[in-house]
Write a protein that binds this ligand. Structure first.
Ligand SMILES: [Zn+2]
Length: 412
């Protein structure tokens, strides 16, 4: 019986050590609950040229320690760094789903030749918009806010250097959103990322280089996720447990790798197509306005009486941010609530760091305006995040470990 106990102790310790490797991303100078941003023209101006002038910050980047900006995150020999090797070797790759790396098509899309698109065995979103994994060990995607009459507000591709006026608008409206930040942008525009955390937005990852994730190897997928989280942690002091794949390109192989880090994907069920206006044939600003209008109509025509949505939009440039500003009053009229995804999913701790707590949905919609701003620290909320894997499930792992050991003692 003592061997049984020792085995349990060993396994329990091993789990703790494993989780520790994955949570110790980097050191940071930032206390995410006490962020201050210097008053420089780049952080205060609403003129794009002024905002987007390069600046030096205290968040210096030693190029040897990071992937090349905008290249796949294994670049600059990051795949051979000790830090990445340790992470890679901590994962039981033998348990990974046996799914092929996809190929990009000649036109820059995805080549689905040979894939069983009818049965969609790998829950490949790009093929079928599947979000419920079919393989073991994968966190299911979040795809809509469950609360009726609720607009899940999300913006991809930040932090954008020209977002001051947009973030000002959100702040004035006491409005939080889920912001999906690209790792390369975070290192380029650290004060932009800090503003997102300071304003109480829900920050999530959006990969390092914005490639289609199913076309990357396991090692590349891991590096894209890891170094994005590391960049966000380095600058803002928080490590996001949620992320969004570029173009929604995710399958069970990518989900499994993300799940090893304790990450859960947030997709969407309504797409404004805002980024495409003027750059994609057939998509004009009027097209995007009509998309917004259709989604607004859905707020009052019964489409969302039983559940809410998650809407994909972008902070990629002033045009996309302006679409959101222009339509915001009408969205507010048509929907009962507009919230970030952490709040609508009752995810009180969307980051590894427990110092930031998000209100649950009921708290958020009932709280008065004066308590809704600031660092996002709201006392009283204690619900665990939805991702039930190594990092986010740590308190559960500890409890289960203690329970097992107690049982073992009783049996001895
Ligand atoms: Zn994107």
């Amino acid at each position: 019986m003592i061997y049984y106990y020792l085995t349990l102790l060993f396994v329990f310790t091993f789990v703790l050590v494993q989780a520790d490797v994955k949570t110790n991303y980097t050191t940071t100078k930032t206390d995410p609950s006490k962020i201050s941003i210097p008053d420089i023209p780049q952080t205060t101006s609403n003129d794009v040229a002024t905002e987007c002038a390069y600046y030096n910050s205290e968040y210096t980047v030693n190029p040897a320690e990071w992937p090349t900006i905008w290249d796949i995150a294994t670049s600059n020999n990051m795949n051979t760094s000790q830090e990445f090797q340790d992470l890679y070797n901590s994962i039981d790759w033998a348990s990974a789903p046996n799914i092929a790396v996809r190929k990009a098509s000649a036109t820059g899309g995805l080549d689905m030749t040979g894939y069983d698109t009818v049965n969609d065995p790998d829950c490949w979103w790009s093929s079928s918009q599947c979000t419920k994994p079919k393989h073991q060990g994968c966190n299911a995607d979040i795809v809509n806010c469950p609360e009726p009459g609720t607009w899940g507000l999300t913006f991809d591709d930040g932090p954008n250097c020209s977002h001051n006026a947009f973030y000002e608008f959100l702040q004035q409206n006491n409005q939080q959103a889920s912001m999906f930040y690209i790792g390369s942008n975070v290192l380029n525009w650290p004060y932009g990322a800090l503003r997102g955390v300071k304003d109480g937005h829900h920050i999530a990852g959006h990969t390092w280089s914005h490639k289609m994730m199913t076309t990357l190897s396991n090692q590349e997928v891991l590096a894209e996720l890891y170094y994005t989280a590391k960049a966000i942690k380095y600058v803002t002091g928080i490590t996001p447990l949620y992320w969004r794949p570029a173009l929604g390109d995710i399958d069970d192989r990518v989900r499994w790798v993300a799940s090893q880090l304790g990450f859960t994907a947030i997709l969407w069920n309504l797409d404004t197509d805002d980024w495409a206006a003027g750059t994609t044939p057939g998509v004009t600003p009027q097209t995007v306005d009509q998309n917004y209008q259709n989604f607004i109509t859905m707020g009052s025509n019964g489409s969302f009486v039983n559940s809410g949505n998650i809407v994909l939009s972008h902070e990629i440039n002033n045009m996309t941010m302006d679409f959101a500003i222009q339509h915001y009053p009408a969205i507010k009229n048509a929907y009962k609530h507009i919230v970030d995804v952490a709040t609508c999913m009752n995810i009180s701790h969307p980051y590894v760091e427990q110092v930031i707590t998000f209100p649950n949905f009921d708290q958020k919609v009932n709280e008065n305006a004066s308590t809704a701003t600031g660092s996002g620290v709201v006392p009283g909320a204690s619900q665990l995040p939805g991702a039930a894997t190594s990092v986010s499930a740590m308190p559960s792992i500890i409890l289960i470990g203690i329970l097992f050991m107690t049982i073992a003692f009783v049996m001895i």
